[in-house]
Design a protein around this ligand. Structure first.
Ligand code: SF4
Length: 288
C-alpha cells in the first residue's frame, strides 16, 4: 500500500507531466526510451534540448549557478517603448537605482497602509516573497483571495502554475522574487484602478531598485503597463525584451490567463526560455 507521501509525490508528478504536456513537450518524454541511435544525435534543436532536461528528475540549479552564470547574447537587444507620461529615465530614477534601501525598510515604510481605498477590504497586505538578492523577479497584478488570506503572493491556482513554471526553469521559488503591482486585493478580483496603481506602484519600484534584478518578468498587462507607464496592449510586446529604467524586462501572460487558455502555455514557455538564456540557466541534459 502506498503511503501518504507516495500518493502526494505521485500527484505532484502527475501535475508536472500534465504541465509539460500542456507546453507541448509530451512527445519527448514519451519517446525517451527510443533507440540509442536517436538519442545519440548530436545537438538537438532547442525545443528538444529543453525537453531533454526532464527537470522532474533533476536537482534544481544551485543559486551560485544563477549568480555566476554569464549572460549569453541570445536575447535580442532590449527594445524601449516610449512611455506615455514620462520623458524616460530621470535623475530621480538614476538616484533610486543606487538605492541601498532594503526590502525590510520598504515594508516598514508601507506599514499598515491606508494610502488607497483597497485597504478597507483587504485581509492581509501581500508585500512580496522570495530572495532579496534574486536575479529574476516576477511581477503580477494584485493578490487574489488565497493571497489575501495568507499574505503571500501567487499561492492559489495561478500561483501553483507559476511555481511549476519556475521549477521548469530549474529554479525554486526561494531563488526568485515574486510581487504584485498592488499589495492589497481588489474586491472581486477586479483590475486595480488607476488611482490604486498610482498609490501602490512606488513601492513596487522601490522593491525592484532594492533587489536590482537582472531580469524582470511582467505577468500580464497591468504589470507591463505599470512598469512602462503605457496603456499599450501587452499582446504586441509579449515575449520581447524591453527596457525598464535600465533593467531588462520581458512581458508574458499571467498564469491566471493560462488557466483559462492552456494553449498559451507554449508561448509562455518560449518566453521563459529567453529568460533562462539571459540568466545563463542551462537545461541539463539527462545522463545516458
Ligand atoms: S494597495 Fe497599496 S497603496 Fe493601496 S492600501 Fe494596499 S498597500 Fe496601500
Amino acid at each position: 500500500m502506498p503511503g501518504a507521501a507516495d500518493i502526494a509525490r505521485n500527484e505532484k508528478l502527475k501535475q508536472r507531466l500534465q504541465f509539460y504536456e500542456d507546453l507541448g513537450l509530451a512527445p519527448f518524454y514519451r519517446d525517451r526510451t527510443a533507440s540509442s541511435s536517436e538519442s545519440a544525435q548530436s545537438q538537438p534543436p532547442l525545443s528538444a534540448a529543453v525537453s531533454s532536461s526532464h527537470p522532474i528528475e533533476e536537482a534544481p540549479l544551485p543559486k551560485s549557478t544563477l549568480k555566476s552564470a554569464p549572460a549569453p547574447p541570445i536575447a535580442p537587444p532590449a527594445k524601449s517603448v516610449a512611455p506615455l507620461s514620462s520623458s524616460g529615465t530621470s535623475l530621480f530614477d538614476a538616484a533610486n537605482k543606487l538605492s541601498t534601501e532594503t526590502l525590510l525598510q520598504i515594508r516598514d515604510d508601507l506599514g499598515e497602509c491606508t494610502r488607497c481605498k483597497l485597504h478597507s477590504t483587504r485581509n492581509k497586505i501581500v508585500f512580496g516573497d522570495g530572495s532579496p538578492k534574486a536575479q529574476l523577479v516576477f511581477v503580477g497584478e494584485g493578490p487574489g483571495a488565497d493571497e489575501d488570506a495568507q499574505g503571500l503572493p501567487f499561492v492559489g491556482r495561478a500561483g501553483k502554475l507559476l511555481t511549476q513554471m519556475i521549477e521548469a526553469m530549474g529554479l525554486q521559488r526561494p531563488d526568485v522574487y515574486i510581487c504584485n503591482v498592488v499589495k492589497c486585493r481588489p474586491p472581486g478580483n477586479r483590475q486595480p484602478e488607476p488611482d490604486e496603481v498610482a498609490s501602490c506602484s512606488p513601492f513596487l519600484f522601490r522593491q525592484l531598485d532594492s533587489i536590482k534584478p537582472k531580469v524582470i518578468v511582467c505577468l500580464g498587462a497591468t504589470a507591463f503597463q505599470t512598469l512602462l507607464q503605457t496603456n499599450r496592449s501587452i499582446s504586441h510586446y509579449r515575449g520581447q525584451w524591453l527596457d525598464y529604467r535600465g533593467y531588462k524586462m520581458l512581458p508574458t501572460y499571467h498564469p491566471a490567463y493560462l488557466l483559462r487558455n492552456p494553449a498559451a502555455k507554449a508561448d509562455v514557455w518560449k518566453d521563459l526560455q529567453k529568460v533562462m538564456a539571459e540568466l545563463g540557466l542551462e537545461i541539463k541534459k539527462k545522463a545516458k
